[in-house]
Write a protein that binds this ligand. Structure first.
Ligand code: AMP
Length: 169
């Protein structure tokens, strides 16, 4: 986990490589479903375009369906899911560790504007950050004892090493 622009995708990719398991990216999965000419695809496309979160049921169903694939049988690094308390509570796949990559809102907004993706306008970014801060999901994983808080305002290498070290804890 990590707010938009935290570098969580880069770290998720590095972690998957390090562990030798595939990466499942929630945003990528939802973006691909959004391309489908189906009611579900159209609904997801519209919500994503506004920077709002997709309905918990729809996300959980999409992720759990995808995880049934044989390629994830030995483990997986999931990027960007669960993102809400509802998703975390209802996700039925056992989870070993949750990494939260922390950066300030200022740095987040600057990095996102530099990235320039279609849904990275100033207004959408502001809304995404607001939505992110509303979620008590961090406390949920802290209580479970599997949360690792990571300082995301360091070099990519330093953060990756920190995460790898904390896997053993
Ligand atoms: P990301 O690729 O993580 O920046 O996500 C882009 C957009 O996908 C978000 O603004 C949401 O609309 C949607 N999204 C990604 N992951 C989730 C999730 N776990 N729950 C709900 N919506 C999500």
């Amino acid at each position: 986990m990590g707010q938009a622009g935290s570098g969580k995708t880069t770290q998720a990719q590095l972690l998957a490589k390090f562990l030798g398991v595939p990466l499942l990216d929630a945003g990528d999965l939802l973006r691909s479903i959004a391309q489908e000419q189906t009611p579900k695809g159209q609904a997801i496309k519209e919500i994503m375009g506004k920077g709002e979160l997709i309905d918990d049921d729809m996300v959980i169903q999409s992720i759990e369906e995808r995880l049934k694939s044989e390629e994830y049988a030995k483990g997986v690094v999931i990027n960007g899911f669960p993102r809400t308390l509802g998703q975390a509570e209802r996700f039925s796949v056992p989870t070993d560790k949750v990494f939260n990559i922390k950066i300030s809102d200022d740095i987040s907004a600057k990095r996102l504007l530099a990235r320039g993706r279609e849904d990275d306008t100033a207004e959408v970014i502001k809304n995404r950050l607001k939505v992110y801060h509303q979620e008590p999901i961090i406390a949920f994983y802290k209580d479970l004892g599997i949360l690792e808080e990571v300082d995301g305002e360091r070099s990519v290498e330093e953060i990756a090493q920190d995460i790898a070290r904390r896997l053993e804890k």
